[in-house]
Design a protein around this ligand. Structure first.
Ligand code: MN
Ligand code: MG
Length: 647
């Protein structure tokens, strides 16, 4: 009996297998497609911070590559697409572009790495234009996958400069294992602001058009050419949704253009889906959709892999329908107890592929690229104008003056704001910038500009410049002119990175007055003014005159809660990092003179007083260049106490 039953079951199984295709003949088949995105890699092929000259677990395509291989192994069908900002953004990129060079036939290290992973398409980001059109063309020719961009045109405005879209012909396995042919359209976009950001490379050679207008033109064309699915790859952030021609961040409106099935976006270096967008209209974080379209933005420098999982159905006539969708991100590290712990290791093939360029870049960041005529240190940066801030403000001013030339803001006087980042405090007695006179290397720039901030410009009046400085001056305690013993000068609750010095104007700070603003930017002493003798070009500043002030994205967007600096008066959001601007400045000048111009100092308080502050014991050897400063004696935690006597 048992034997017979077994035979019977086996026979049924055979019968079922034979019958299966017939049984499902009329029904649509289900097909799952996984679309993976990388974006804003910025030459971070490896998990290596070339400025600090050490490994870092929070970025690196070598890590993302491991995520890609894992995510691909889980899926029956997958595509892999990069959104751009690939060939510029760290010293490895500068090394290839400025020193090693890229000849026709060479493969850029980013493509050596990516070619190992089997990319299906790439989009051109705004930073791709930083080294000019010819360099970009040579770089792109090393990719074993097609590149798209739809909104950059020849100057005639009618012919696309790049291939606007591709229609990938693929065979996807349905859930029954049968191959189903599909045509997948991939279209790319870049912010039209490239015309401003890279004017010197692009003017007269190309024009850039509006992203939405371009999508409305090409998506129907892709459909008419048989695209069953359309994937949009905007190098563009989510944006506000307000209708605005030539908007930089157009993804929110792109999600309303008919015919787009998935959006792989980027540019703003944020994560979607994530809590960062929980209050955004039309966003479903659980589904990873924007206006119902599956969308992802996977961070930056390879921090995340973006995944759009589509469930499709197809009938035997080859008609495709989108049944379900899910956007999600996978990170290369997790955070536990504020520690960042890697969740994947390097892909050894990627590491091996760029070994030679990596070693070249290490030598590049360690060797001299210019000279400084003065010792750059920050030991006295809170009591006198300082070379470690001056070099930053000088570089920013140089960059912004060039950037604004010939624009609607070209007639504004350019001022430049910078703050001492490494000025002891909670960082400890060693936490100072200290670069000897002589050779200066790219890795020294990390010491000058600690954060990967980007440069921004705000437009403010003379009166607002004064309030900006009043807020900065809140770092100082109020000094009693009648006290003869040394008085502690620095309010330790006020971070030094909020002590903005503004170059381009001259001023004095009267620390005998109460501070006008507290640490949170609240006006606490409306009748008090610490900033005196504020002058522009040697004359009292005109409260109504408008200025362009170079600063960073942190300050410009309201960081530190400075009065009236709330993101509303930003006139330039440069994609350039401030430290990148310093490197450009060094390359341009070769030899730099960072000697502080002494544009600010403390005002006399009427009687001699001694302002006490802490600095490193190493500061002692620079006393000759710090008039009025003397050693008072050892402080706590390795600090030395110094006194600045005001006559
Ligand atoms: Mn970017
Ligand atoms: Mg100065």
């Amino acid at each position: 009996m048992i034997g017979k039953l077994r035979l019977h079951r086996a026979a049924l199984a055979v019968l079922a297998a034979v019958m299966l295709p017939t049984a499902t003949w009329a029904a649509d088949a289900t097909v799952k497609l996984r679309i993976m995105e990388t974006t804003d890699i910025h030459v971070h092929v490896l998990n290596y911070d070339y400025y600090r000259d050490r490994e870092d677990d929070t970025f690196g395509f070598s890590r993302t590559a491991t995520l890609i291989r894992q995510a691909r192994a889980e899926a029956a069908n997958s595509l892999l697409i990069d959104n751009g900002d690939l060939i510029q953004g760290n010293p490895l990129g500068d090394y290839v572009a400025r020193e090693r060079g890229l000849k026709r036939g060479d493969v850029h290290p980013v493509h050596k790495a990516m070619n190992l992973l089997g990319y299906d398409a790439g989009n051109i980001g705004n930073h791709e234009f930083n080294y000019g059109l010819e360099y970009l063309e040579i770089a792109l020719s090393g990719a074993k996958f097609p590149y798209v961009n739809a909104n950059v045109y020849h100057p005639d405005g009618t012919r696309n400069y790049y291939t606007p879209y591709v229609i990938l012909e693929r065979k996807l396995k349905d859930e029954g294992g049968r191959e189903r042919p599909i045509k997948i359209g991939v279209i790319g976009f870049v912010p039209p602001q490239i015309m401003q950001w890279d004017k010197r490379h692009l003017e007269g050679k190309v024009v850039a058009k509006d992203i939405i207008e371009t999508a409305r033109k090409f998506v129907p064309e892709m459909k008419s050419k048989g695209a069953d699915l359309v994937i949009a790859v905007p190098h563009s952030g989510l944006g506000t949704g307000a209708r605005q021609d030539l908007s930089e961040n157009a993804t929110w409106r792109l999600a309303q253009v008919d015919g787009i099935d998935a959006i792989l976006f980027g540019h703003s270096h944020l994560q979607f889906p994530s809590e960062q967008f929980k209050d955004f209209p039309g966003v479903n974080l659980a589904r990873g959709t924007i206006n119902g379209v599956a969308s992802v933005m996977p961070g930056f420098w390879g921090s995340h892999l973006g995944i759009v999982d589509l469930t499709l159905s197809v009938d035997d006539a080859g008609k495709w329908k989108l049944a379900d969708k899910q956007g999600s991100l996978r990170a290369i590290f997790k955070v536990e107890d504020r520690k960042r712990i890697p969740v994947v290791q390097n892909d050894p093939e990627v590491v091996a592929a760029v070994k030679e360029e990596h070693e070249g870049a290490l030598a590049f960041v360690r060797k001299a690229v210019g000279k400084t005529s003065a010792h750059i240190h920050s030991y006295f940066s809170l009591v006198q104008d300082d070379p470690s801030v001056q070099i930053v403000t000088d570089a920013q001013k140089w960059y912004v003056e060039n950037l604004l030339k010939g624009t609607e803001h070209g007639n504004l006087a350019v001022l430049s704001a910078g703050a001492p980042f490494k000025a002891g405090g909670r960082g400890g007695a060693e936490y100072y910038t200290d670069i000897p006179a002589g050779d200066i290397a790219i890795k020294n720039v990390a010491d000058l500009y600690l954060y990967p901030n980007t440069l921004q410009v705000v437009k403010v009046s003379g009166a607002e410049v004064k309030e900006w400085l009043e807020m900065s001056a809140g770092i100082f305690n109020q000094i009693d002119p009648n006290k003869t013993e040394p008085q502690a000068l620095i309010n330790s609750g006020f971070p030094s990175f909020n002590y903005d010095i503004i170059d381009g104007v001259t001023y004095k700070i009267d620390v005998s007055k109460p501070r006008r603003y507290d640490n949170d930017g609240k006006l606490v002493a409306p009748d008090s003014h610490r900033i005196v003798d504020l002058k522009f070009q040697g004359k009292p500043i005109d409260a109504a005159q408008m200025f362009a002030v170079a600063t960073n994205n942190y300050r410009a967007s309201g960081g530190g809660k400075f009065p009236k600096i709330d993101g509303k008066n930003v006139i330039v959001e440069s994609p350039e990092e401030n430290r990148g601007v310093i490197i450009d400045y060094m390359f341009d000048r070769k030899s730099i003179d960072p000697t502080a111009d002494g544009n600010w100092s403390f005002a006399s308080v009427g009687k001699p007083v001694t302002l006490m502050f802490e600095s490193s014991p190493a500061a002692e050897k620079f006393l000759s260049a710090a008039p009025g400063v003397k050693v008072l004696g050892p402080g706590e935690a390795g600090f030395m106490r110094y006194g600045l006597t005001l006559e």
